[in-house]
Design a protein around this ligand. Structure first.
Ligand SMILES: *[C@@H]1O[C@H](CO)[C@@H](O)[C@H](O)[C@H]1NC(C)=O
Ligand SMILES: *[C@@H]1O[C@H](CO)[C@@H](O)[C@H](O)[C@H]1NC(C)=O
Ligand SMILES: *[C@@H]1O[C@H](CO)[C@@H](O)[C@H](O)[C@H]1NC(C)=O
Ligand SMILES: *[C@@H]1O[C@H](CO)[C@@H](O)[C@H](O)[C@H]1NC(C)=O
Ligand SMILES: CC(=O)N[C@H]1CO[C@H](CO)[C@@H](O)[C@@H]1O
Length: 273
């Protein structure tokens, strides 16, 4: 019986480790490559690298994701996990917090629950304000976009006494000299485009995460913008957006891309937000 359990356990372990191995892409040379620091901020993460010059450089490269992410290896406290629910201060004057998943990657002033936000920011529970019947409009975010939002809790006399500024309409809140000197700005687009890889191919990919699109850096409104020279890369993407994976060259897995320069002169080079 014990032997049976042991065999089963071994089999299970094998399946699990196989599952873990399978979830990792092999490099083109068939190995797992190595694992290196991806991000220090706001969330500490590791990622796979395949380039021999990276894996053989003798520092900052580890054999597996688990090793790279262990406490004391790449980071003193190990890899971090991005928050999935995020609470931020709604208003400092009246001491309120609100849930806002756009801010999960902001990296500061973000808490995983209402209580941690209230006690973290104000050292006491948040104020509960009576709700108004008609909404007013208040500052939503300053960064990465200047936005107003409607509120039912920040309109009443208690909020006004605490110094909260509110406007009767979105237009009033957003017009220059309203909530912001320059007026509101456009919200970060979602989905957005971000750098997919730097090397060996410079490319951008679509990102649908609302938190990633609102992180305030390295986020572009379209693939054309992301791939234009001097936006994400000094020379632009290696492959022009419309010419990705022509079916004839897809048979070579080690695709050496023979379209090094995005030569479009009419690519819109409007800066991303
Ligand atoms: C990855 O490489 C390992 C050996 O290093 C091999 O056993 C496995 O089949 C490969 N996986 C894929 C998906 O190619
Ligand atoms: C803080 O206030 C909220 C709402 O009134 C309540 O649900 C929560 O339990 C309070 N937290 C603590 C730690 O008392
Ligand atoms: C090229 O891209 C534009 C917009 O990104 C798209 O409308 C068009 O259909 C694409 N053309 C081809 C041939 O894929
Ligand atoms: C790229 O394509 C051109 C012609 O289109 C060819 O002459 C050249 O040898 C190619 N370069 C590589 C590295 O395949
Ligand atoms: C660029 C490249 O790797 N070309 C290779 C594509 O695959 C054929 C055989 O399938 C090779 O002969 C080419 O050298």
């Amino acid at each position: 019986m014990q032997k049976m359990t042991c065999v089963l356990a071994t089999f299970f372990l094998l399946l699990v480790s196989l599952g873990i191995a399978m979830s990792q892409q092999n490099c083109t040379d068939g190995t797992q490559g190595c694992f290196v620091v991806k991000d220090y901020w706001p969330v500490k993460t590791c990622e796979q690298a395949c380039e021999p010059e990276v894996c053989k450089r003798g520092w900052g490269a580890w054999v597996s994701q688990d090793v790279c992410c262990s406490p004391g290896v790449a980071f003193p406290e190990g890899c971090g996990k991005p928050l999935t629910t995020c609470w931020v201060v709604e208003n400092y004057a009246v001491k309120t917090c609100k849930k806002d998943e756009r801010r999960c990657l902001q990296g500061y002033g973000v808490w995983p629950s209402r209580d941690t936000c209230c006690y973290g920011a104000f050292k006491q529970n948040c104020t509960v304000l009576p709700e108004a019947t008609t909404p007013c409009f208040v500052v939503d975010t300053y960064f990465p976009a200047r936005l107003c939002t409607s509120s039912l809790t920040l309109c009443g006399p208690a909020a006004q006494q605490a110094g909260v500024q509110s406007w009767p309409s979105l237009e009033d809140c957003c017009s220059p000299g309203g909530a912001f000197q320059e007026g509101c700005s456009l919200p970060p687009p979602t989905p957005c485009w971000v750098v997919d890889s730097y090397d060996p191919i410079r490319s951008c990919r679509k990102e649908t995460g609302v938190a990633a699109c609102n992180r305030g850096w390295g986020v572009y409104a379209s693939e054309d913008v992301c791939c234009s020279p001097n936006v994400a890369f000094p020379d632009g993407c290696s492959v022009t957006p419309n010419m990705t994976l022509p079916s004839t060259s897809a048979t070579n897995s080690t695709a050496s891309v023979n379209m090094t320069q995005a030569t479009d002169s009419n690519v819109k080079s409007t800066q991303g937000p």
